[in-house]
Ligand binder design. Structure first.
Ligand SMILES: [Zn+2]
Length: 75
């Protein structure tokens, strides 16, 4: 964590986390304070939220597996 490192050109060197509004360096892909995945900087200096595909995929597979298990167990 190097939060104390202040950049003089902060308005160009940072983006804002959409979850907790912490300023994060442009190249960071994860917010250091709330662990949100961050995308590219947008017009307003806000970081884009990235679509966490793996998390969705995992949730979907887990639901599917559970569904198949229930279907298989009761038939
Ligand atoms: Zn954050």
């Amino acid at each position: 964590m190097d939060d104390n490192q202040q950049d003089k050109e902060f308005s160009y060197a940072t983006k804002k986390c959409p979850e907790c509004y912490t300023y994060v360096k442009l190249h960071e892909t994860k917010c250091p304070s709330c662990k949100t995945r961050l995308g590219e900087v947008e017009k307003h200096g806000m970081a884009k939220r990235t679509f966490d595909f793996n998390a969705y995929l995992f949730a979907f597979i887990a639901m599917l597996a559970l569904g198949i298990y229930i279907w298989w167990a009761f038939l």
